[in-house]
Design a binder for this molecule. Structure first.
Ligand code: P6P
Length: 335
């Protein structure tokens, strides 16, 4: 009998295997993750040729954050929204690019179990200069009864209510990383077969690392505790666990992905002029906080666990400190 145990799992095979391991599962979450994988492949094609076609440049509008919206943002938003709307697992979406949530009002969607919140293309300011960018998503079981059209309570849930979260990094290779409570797994896109293939099984964030990521340009607008921690990072030498290195490319997906794999801490603190920080709680902080906690790391807003924060509005911002557990505990002693 030929050995049918293949070494390489595609994302589809992996999610179906997860389904086989949990017979009570309905397959809706697996289906939703495959829908996201499909949209990611379509976005990847455009991101990879962004410099070649007239898809660069501003779409002329600005999003709710007052940021110039580039055409690729709009394209990516429509790909993820379209894939989820036409799947069988999603009752509605909320997007960093859209002022309001969108509840799908067809019968199949109204009877779906999940909602998805995403930042379709984070770091879009880097598109024109060929720096890696990414998609970030979080999946929640809907809070309102199936059969009804999704509504606000479905989208304003604490991050700890996520059943899955993940990101796609369109970089030197394109990777999709997602977490459920059972673990964090990374899939690298193999363009020759057009499939995401399991390349980083069971990702764990090292308890300590040597990388700290922060925008030094805001240094004098950070709190004293944050400034003292950053000073300490720069004074690390071999004696006390150093030397640390500073890595920050201004694209959260890339910065947090690197620190997840290698160990490190990423900080986007509040500042004197923006005490709430810049990053969005629902579309950036919650998904990454879920992923890092499953991988053994930590994520806070400087005072409380990100995943415990009860959202009040779709686009609220939060300070974010996230990464290796040991480094986070060291930071907390300065805050
Ligand atoms: P700053 C990109 O616009 C983004 O939302 C994140 O991807 C990134 O980490 C952060 O903003 C960079 O912000 O103020 O340091 O340029």
């Amino acid at each position: 009998m030929q050995n049918i145990d293949r070494k390489v799992s595609t994302l589809d095979e992996f999610t179906i295997q997860q389904l086989r391991n949990f017979p009570t599962a309905t397959g809706e979450l697996s289906g939703l993750l495959r829908d996201i994988g499909l949209a990611a492949k379509r976005v990847n094609v455009e991101v990879n040729k962004a410099g070649l076609v007239d898809i660069l440049g501003d779409a002329g509008s600005t999003n709710v954050q007052g940021e110039d919206v580039k055409k690729l943002d709009v394209f990516a938003n429509n790909q993820f929204m379209g894939a989820l709307r036409h799947g069988i697992s999603c009752a509605g979406i909320a997007s960093e690019e859209l002022d309001e949530y969108i509840a799908f009002n067809d019968e199949v969607s109204k009877n779906s179990k999940y909602v998805c919140l995403f930042d379709p293309l984070d770091g879009s300011g880097n598109i024109d200069v060929n720096v890696s960018i990414g998609t970030i998503f979080g999946v929640y079981r809907r809070a309102t009864p199936k059969g009804e059209i999704a509504s606000a309570p479905d989208f304003l849930q604490q991050g700890k209510k996520q059943v899955a979260a993940g990101y796609i990094v369109y970089g030197s290779s394109t990777m999709l990383v997602y977490a459920t409570r059972r673990g964090v797994n990374g899939f690298t896109l193999d363009p020759s077969i057009g499939e995401f293939c399991l390349s980083h099984p069971n990702i764990k964030c090292p308890e300590f690392g040597k990388i700290y990521s922060v925008n030094h340009g805001n240094f004098f607008r950070y709190s004293e505790g944050v400034r003292n921690y950053i000073d300490a990072c720069q004074k690390k030498d071999k004696g006390n666990g150093g030397p640390y290195t500073q890595r920050y490319i201004g694209s959260m997906v890339s910065d947090v992905h690197r620190n997840l794999i290698k160990g490190g801490i990423f900080m986007y603190p509040g500042t004197t002029d923006k005490p709430g920080g810049k990053l969005r709680l629902l579309y950036e902080c919650n998904p990454f906080a879920f992923i890092l906690e499953v991988a053994g790391g930590k994520a806070t807003d400087g005072k409380q666990r990100i995943l415990d924060i009860q959202p009040e509005t779709l686009h609220q911002r939060s300070p974010l400190f996230i990464g290796s557990k040991g480094m986070m505990e060291e930071l907390e002693s300065y805050l």
